[in-house]
Design a binder for this molecule. Structure first.
Ligand code: UD1
Length: 417
């Protein structure tokens, strides 16, 4: 298993570039099953999770090719409505094929996803939404068996804001007979970009950017080409790295409108920010001011940046509180940060962080995708050497993070073994 050897390297400076958004590409790949023929996605990074989704689509009968950031998906011959355990257990986002398979083939058999390092992650909202559209669902031998000869429009109220359930329901509703209304739908940019793709394919959807969506089912959808949006979480990770630096850093190719909550918090810590189109320059403060964060559905502060921001607060002047309301158990990184001599105490889903003057390098273990990125950032500011093991987590969602950070002055080495 590969690991990163991270040397203290806090003088980051220059330009760092953001790739296409993994969490926007995953659902859009599944949505390509809805339109028989060849769709092409541009600005697609080389990530393990996207390879896993490509593998799943091939199992289902699609042809998927990837070259130079461009992915083509030919779904003409889709015929096998199953997402097997070996793939769903690797990546929960495999559940995204449920809606498209039901809509296109009238049936789906998807392995029931288990828990993961960020806590229990149920799929009840996905299933309720499919039932509201007329699907019959049975859980048997660890699999979700769903069928519907013809999905029919209906009202769906999400009792909790869910990115995945909103997108899955959208992908089913666009080919359902009649009108679907969704209430308390998620508003994350990844939901909007899926809506953009579906609209291009010929779907009828109103309410984009709000919590109420209206979908009028159509008979068929058509393949398209689409440029993928920049990854707001990769951008946010680099912005936090910049805030921890001693020199200005420019994060290029991002969408500042997707990052409002983080940018506001960075200002509160004392960072100077200059926004020029899709480029954000961070002038880091001499002393990082402590501030509190509360993760919430978009446009609130994203849970996927909670671990990285926690690292920033570890070095702040004063005490801060970080609360995760989206995934209350998502604090596996705290024990690892404390190994680096951070001073964090947990009380349920709230971390109380007492800022320290410096962190001290040690061996730490990555537990999930975003926590791993946080440990790399912590390694950059810790005195001496930090070894981050199990970095396969990071390769799931960051395209060559060490090369990108090294291009602005970080000292990170990948070691095999
Ligand atoms: C997506 C992102 C993930 C991010 C999360 C929240 C992808 C591939 N993953 O995950 O990186 O952290 O949004 O922004 O895009 N819930 C239920 N029942 C359900 C579904 C969700 O109770 O059926 C709960 C979850 O446990 C969680 C909350 O709803 O507490 C939000 O989860 P959700 O938005 O669905 O997350 P994902 O789509 O799985």
């Amino acid at each position: 298993m590969d690991k990163f050897i991270v040397e203290h390297s806090r003088e980051l400076s220059g330009k760092i570039y953001v790739s296409g958004a993994k969490n926007a590409i995953l659902p859009v790949m599944a949505a390509c099953l809805l339109a028989p023929g060849k769709s092409v996605l541009k600005n697609v990074p080389n990530l393990i999770d996207l390879k896993t989704m490509a593998h799943l689509l091939r199992v289902i009968g699609a042809r998927v090719d990837y070259e130079n950031g461009s992915m083509s998906i030919d779904s003409k011959d889709v015929c096998y409505p199953e997402a097997p355990y070996e793939l769903v257990s690797k990546m929960r986002a495999s559940i995204y094929v449920l809606g498209p398979l039901l809509a296109r083939l009238g049936k789906a058999r998807v392995s029931f996803p288990g828990g993961c390092a960020i806590g229990t992650r149920p799929v009840d909202l996905h299933l309720k939404a499919m039932e509201a559209l007329g699907a019959e669902i049975e859980i048997e031998h660890g699999y979700i068996n769903a069928k519907a000869d013809q999905l029919t429009g209906g009202d769906i109220y999400f009792e909790k804001s869910s990115v995945g359930a909103t997108i899955n329901a959208l992908m089913a509703a666009v080919l359902a007979k009649g009108k679907t209304r969704m209430f308390n739908a998620a508003m994350e940019p990844e939901v909007d970009s899926t809506i953009d793709l579906l609209l291009k394919m010929g779907a009828k959807i109103e309410g984009k950017g709000s919590t109420t969506l209206e979908i009028e089912g159509v008979e068929e959808l058509f393949p398209v080409q689409m440029e993928m949006i920049p990854d707001r979480i990769e951008a946010g990770t680099f912005l936090v790295a910049a805030a921890l630096s001693t020199k200005p850093v420019t994060v290029c190719n991002c969408n500042p409108e997707h990052l409002t909550a983080l940018l506001e918090k960075l200002r509160e810590t004392g960072c100077g920010l200059q926004i020029n189109g899709g480029d954000i320059t961070v002038n880091p403060p001499e002393t990082i001011k402590a501030t509190n964060i509360l993760t919430l559905p978009h446009p609130g502060f994203p849970t996927d940046l909670q671990a990285q921001f926690t690292v920033l607060m570890c070095l702040a002047d004063g005490i801060s509180f970080v609360e995760d309301t989206v995934f209350p158990d998502r604090f596996m990184h705290v024990a690892e940060l404390n190994r680096l001599q951070a001073d964090i105490q947990m009380q349920r889903n709230v971390a109380r962080i007492n800022g320290v003057k410096k962190l001290s390098g040690a061996e730490v273990m990555a537990t999930d995708l975003r926590a791993s990125a946080a440990l790399v950032l912590a390694g950059l500011v810790a005195e001496g050497t930090t070894t981050v093991s199990r970095i396969y987590h990071i390769d799931r969602g960051y395209d060559r993070i060490e090369e990108k950070l090294n291009s602005i002055g970080a000292k990170i080495r990948r070691e095999q073994g």
